[in-house]
Design a protein around this ligand. Structure first.
Ligand code: SF4
Ligand code: SF4
Ligand code: FES
Length: 322
């Protein structure tokens, strides 16, 4: 079948064009992947096209790039899926990374962030004669996160990282979870203390992009949420993130819907005047557009059903912890 790839190109030596789109049409098998088509372009049409790949089997993680606007492994993305109606397939380098040339990006920031979470086991006590062992269930639970191939697809599409380059970002946070949840590790509290700071677990906006982008089902956002729970259980409850979570839950449990007026006040603290004044312009804009939340927050009808749900969830959690 014939397919047209529209590739976003960049050449640091080309001072005339910061970047440009170039179309390539090639003949490929119906079963071909986007990577197969790109390799064909490089070998038969334009040898100057740069891309990174190795295993061609979704194992090495080196061929991550944006296909039709979202990060994918090119070797794991079928042409017929990416171009269902025969349209052009848009191929770009990963986001949130400096482009070296064409589809090749600099992974330094990615690896720096992984290093930031100390991605190695830190057990306590004397070294055992054999291996450090862990219960089967614990390791089975970690198998999902351990299947990360460090491709960077999640980081490419992370909306938080897009606005704050300090955010540790999903891949490194998923890696952090791998050790936070490992029963052999003795640094859980220290790890959570670090992750609880600015740029850590509370800076995720829960946009789901990383869950969607991950080709290995690691679901980084779910790991981040699990670490938030663990951080609060470990007593790290004084952050804005933890207070926001508590205030959110309280509001829903109390009235069945969100009290948007009190949520920011409870999050930053009633006496935190500088922070509260920072909300002034937003409040004013909401007022002018008729979107100011009501001052008197009344419960929804049948709020007792919502409270019953909370009770049920808490009972289940209690049972799971036993
Ligand atoms: S869910 Fe959080 S970590 Fe994942 S992409 Fe969105 S902001 Fe980034
Ligand atoms: S979490 Fe998934 S998307 Fe992110 S680096 Fe690992 S395998 Fe790639
Ligand atoms: S080439 Fe190895 S994951 Fe795609």
């Amino acid at each position: 079948m014939e397919v047209t790839l529209s590739v976003r190109r960049y050449n640091p030596d080309d001072k005339e064009r910061p970047s440009w789109w170039q179309d390539y049409t090639v003949d490929v098998e119906r079963t071909a992947s986007v990577l197969d088509a790109l390799i064909k372009v490089r070998e038969e049409v334009d040898g100057s096209l740069s891309l990174r790949c190795s295993c061609r089997s979704a194992i090495c993680g080196s061929c991550a790039m944006r296909v039709n606007g979202h990060a994918h492994l090119a070797c794991n993305t079928k042409i017929i899926e990416a171009s269902q109606d025969g349209s052009k397939i848009r191929v770009e380098p990963m986001g949130n990374a400096a482009v070296v040339k064409d589809l090749v990006v600099d992974m330094k920031m990615f690896w720096d962030k992984v290093r930031q979470v100390s991605p190695w086991l830190q057990p306590a006590g004397p070294e055992p004669a054999g291996e450090y062992t862990a219960p089967n269930e614990a390791m089975l639970h970690l198998a999902g996160v351990m299947s990360c191939i460090m491709c960077g697809a999640c980081v490419s599409d992370c909306t938080s990282l897009e606005v704050d380059k300090n955010f540790i970002a999903p891949a490194a946070l998923a890696k952090a979870y791998r050790f936070v949840a490992d029963p052999r590790d003795a640094q859980t509290v220290e790890r959570l203390r670090m992750l609880n700071e600015y740029s850590g677990i509370w800076d995720c906006t829960r946009c789901y992009e990383c869950v969607q982008a991950c080709p290995k089902g690691v679901a980084p956002m779910d790991r981040i949420m699990a670490m938030r729970d663990k951080a609060m259980e470990a007593g790290f409850t004084k952050t804005y993130g933890a207070r926001h979570t508590d205030a959110f839950v309280d509001s829903i449990e109390h009235s069945g819907w969100l009290d948007e007026l009190r949520l920011p006040i409870k999050t930053v603290g009633m006496f935190n005047l500088p922070k509260l004044m920072g909300f002034g312009p937003v409040g004013l804009r909401a007022l002018m557009r008729g979107k100011m939340p009501p001052i008197f927050h009344t419960p929804v009808p049948n709020v007792k059903n919502v409270r019953r749900l909370f009770k049920k969830v808490r009972a289940t959690q209690g049972r799971e912890q036993k």
